[in-house]
Ligand binder design. Structure first.
Ligand code: ADP
Length: 498
């Protein structure tokens, strides 16, 4: 049924080599203190790409000490904003120069289509670095009026050493969202990458050093969550923690941060975002948008439109067309031109998604397309569609993080508002209608950090992103992201001659 299945069996040789597999501490690539390594796997085949140094508590301690020194003794936080800005701009130029190599590394380690890595993810990393370079020399405090004879200044200072933990679904984008604002504000960083995708962050971090970042300002630890990640979250010398990942792990790191030194935490967690198709919608357009909203990046997006609510008047037509679209989706080797969907990240996620597919069937949803693995190697899954999905089913409540679209029927606006808001998440929502009043009503009523109207997955450096409810705390990107990395100091002096 899928003509591309052959491509899965004979993997294309990636047009890139792995150069960096060690930890990056104090400007040097070094082995883990334990000497241990772990394999990072090719999701197309499950075979080893490289063995990577496995950071643990001792390495995190070294990295935090290096960051501490870089922050406390300078020169980084003492540089002018303009100097920091120029380093970030040089960094952006270097990334741009190595665009294709970086994209290939990302595709190899993550499994996402090369065309998307090369034309979207890496260019967005560049864009974000230039955006934050633009902020570096525009961050300043203010003078506020006081009731008494006092001169009151409010200083905006860098917060110190930032611990940052990122996931595997957009390794470079997550790097950018975390590292960009922290550097623009003059902080030092210890970044822990996801164990599934350690390679691209090491590559770009080398470029950042070529661009002139002082040693110790950005340290990168590859390793696992309960060891390296937990050490970072609970470190007494880390002044701020930023985390992106699952809601369950978010709770753990928040607790670790609280139990150690009460470091402030920003969290970007899971979602179960509604995509609402109203009865006035152009069905062909709606089908394509809802398809992209769910299947983009193999369904591995925290904001995926994973509950497709369709008005009863267009429901049957929508389901037919959504099914036809899913059956046409090109799945195969992500290095092959024209491929829309590569493999899932690893066996664990693959198995979890297959369990959800089984749960959908068992709970009585109608399987319209897919439902099975593709090929016999790697972690490819057929684009899968369920219709007749009911709110209480696990596939309508829990984050699947895979290529499984759940279609639900609704009949009026108030009903869909209430149902769309009935999950523990509140990351994003999509609305598809030509009626301005309907769009306005939905936009205001939906409890979500982002509402996309007649579009989906539009990301921009200046647009804040983050969640309501158990989808997170705080916002990344945009002006709001700077607050996460600044300390506020009030300075009061008496005025002799007010
Ligand atoms: P996923 O299920 O998508 O892999 P996780 O939330 O488990 O999401 O992982 C996101 C990031 O959090 C990864 O870098 C992972 O290593 C890290 N992580 C996982 N468990 C912990 C933990 N107990 N403490 C700190 N970090 C963790």
């Amino acid at each position: 049924r899928f003509s591309t299945a052959v491509a899965v069996e004979e993997p294309i040789t990636p047009p890139v080599q792995v150069h960096h597999t060690q930890l990056l501490i104090n400007g040097q690539f070094v082995d883990a203190a334990s000497g241990k390594t772990f394999p990072t796997l090719d999701p197309r085949t499950g075979e080893v790409i490289a063995h990577v140094a496995e950071g643990d508590v001792e390495d995190v301690n070294h990295a935090v000490a290096a960051a501490r020194k870089a922050f406390d003794e300078g020169p980084w936080p003492k540089m002018t904003g303009y100097e920091r800005s120029r380093i970030l701009l040089r960094f952006a130029d270097l990334i741009e120069k190595h665009n294709d190599e970086l994209a290939a590394l990302e595709t190899w380690d993550n499994g996402k289509p090369y065309e998307q890595a090369a034309n979207a993810e890496v260019p967005m990393l560049v864009r974000l670095m230039r955006y934050y370079a633009g902020w570096a020399d525009k961050i300043h405090g203010l003078v506020v009026p006081a009731d008494g004879p006092h001169h009151v200044q409010v200083l905006h200072e860098p917060i110190g050493v930032a611990g940052q933990i990122i996931p595997w679904n957009f390794p470079l984008l997550m790097f950018a969202w975390k590292v960009g604002p922290a550097l623009a504000c003059g902080n030092a960083i210890v970044l822990k990458t996801a164990e599934q995708t350690p390679l691209s962050a090491l590559y770009v971090s080398k470029l950042l050093h070529e661009a002139g970042i002082p040693e110790g300002v950005l340290n990168v630890i590859s390793g696992f969550g309960p060891t390296a990640g937990a050490a970072l979250a609970s470190h007494m010398e880390v002044d701020k923690l930023a985390f992106t990942g699952s809601t369950d792990t978010g709770k753990i790191v928040l607790e670790l941060a609280a139990r150690s030194n009460l470091k402030p935490v920003t969290l970007e967690l899971g979602g179960k975002s509604p995509m609402i198709i109203m009865d006035d919608a152009d069905v062909d357009h709606a089908v394509e948008l809802a398809h992209m909203a769910l299947f983009f990046n193999q369904g591995q997006c925290c904001c995926a439109g994973s509950r497709t609510f369709v008005h009863e008047k267009v429901y049957d037509e929508f389901v037919e067309k959504a099914k036809a679209r899913a059956l046409k989706r090109v799945v195969g080797d992500p290095f092959r031109k024209g491929v829309e969907q590569g493999p899932q990240i690893d066996e664990e996620q693959f198995n979890k998604i297959m369990r959800y597919i089984k749960s959908g069937v068992d709970s009585g949803a109608t399987l319209q397309a897919g439902g099975d693995r593709l090929g016999s190697k790697g972690y490819f899954i057929q684009p899968t569609i369920f219709s007749d999905v009911k709110d209480g089913m696990p596939i309508a409540q829990e984050e699947i993080f895979g290529p499984v679209q759940s279609i639900l029927k609704f009949s009026d606006l108030n009903e869909v508002i209430q149902r769309a808001n009935t999950t523990r998440y509140g990351l994003a929502a999509g609305v598809f209608t030509n009626n301005l009043d309907t769009a306005n009503t939905l936009m205001r009523a939906l409890r979500a950090g982002t509402v996309w109207i007649n579009c989906f997955d539009v990301f921009d450096a200046a647009i804040p992103f983050g969640g309501y409810k158990m989808s997170g705390q705080g916002r990344e990107k945009g002006i709001d992201s700077l607050k996460n990395y600044l300390q506020i100091k009030a300075v009061v002096t008496p005025l002799k001659n007010p």
